[in-house]
Design a protein around this ligand. Structure first.
Ligand code: SF4
Length: 241
């Protein structure tokens, strides 16, 4: 059974949520430009890219190609690049930094300590993210309140930091996300069919079992509280970046 069959269960007020999401994206394009959509090519992000394209909004999509993504994700990236109406930008880490880090610490040092995991994320994600967002007034993410306790308060428009964060799916359920994918035949990462709810770098993502938390498949060897890569950590909590 695939992810669509397993998860596509819309909320009773799905149509109202969808209308509000469309309205928010249109507003964001006019009020918060220049802005971009950050995409990990996970289920939420392919929904947002589909909405941006169907609304014909001038919002580019960017993907952080960390050099450690699954082949399935790279394949989806290629398909997205060729089919998306909105420009798809790819940001990669500085090769020299990766070579030095791997040379010094070995191939998968993230399992040895939180500090090394954060250093890897800083090189492969945070530095490219800073480049991707240079000059942008706002960015769009696929954060949802349901994803984890740490995200339970995510607002639709987050003005807590200098760069505004727009979270158009903040109140969507996992069932809403998959209902949209199903109804609109949105192309998605086949890893979702293998019980990966949250998709990141290959060494740091695993499938989850029934009943496990959404984020249980990310950095599963660490404490729950440490499980953000810095992309969505408030300034005061940042250890790296
Ligand atoms: S998620 Fe893992 S592989 Fe990817 S940048 Fe962070 S530590 Fe490195």
């Amino acid at each position: 059974m695939g992810a669509v069959d397993l998860h596509a269960r819309p909320s009773k007020d799905f149509e109202e949520k969808l209308a509000a999401t469309r309205k928010l994206l249109v507003l964001a394009a006019s009020e918060f430009a220049p802005l971009k959509q950050a995409s990990s090519l996970g289920a939420e992000d392919v929904v947002i890219t589909h909405l941006v394209n169907s609304l014909e909004l001038p919002i580019p999509v960017f993907v952080l190609e960390t050099g450690a993504l699954h082949q399935e994700t790279l394949d989806l990236l290629e398909r997205t690049k060729s089919l998306s109406r909105a420009p798809v930008e790819v940001y990669r880490p500085v090769q020299e930094s990766v070579v030095q880090f791997v040379g010094r610490e070995g191939k998968d040092p993230m399992y040895r300590s939180i500090a090394l995991r954060k250093e890897c994320c800083a090189i492969r994600k945070l530095e490219p993210l800073a480049r991707a967002l240079e000059g942008q007034k706002a960015w769009i993410t696929g954060l949802r309140r349901e994803q984890s306790n740490a995200r339970a308060e995510v607002p639709a428009i987050d003005t807590a930091e200098a760069r505004v964060k727009i979270n158009p799916l903040a109140d969507w359920t996992w069932g809403d996300v998959w209902h949209y994918i199903s109804v609109n035949q949105v192309d998605y990462n086949p890893l979702h069919d293998q019980f990966f709810p949250s998709i990141g770098c290959a060494p740091c993502t695993r499938a989850i079992s029934l009943g496990e938390d959404f984020r249980a498949g990310r950095w599963w060897w660490e404490d729950e509280a440490a499980k953000e890569c810095g992309l969505h950590v408030k300034n005061e909590d940042k250890v790296t970046a």
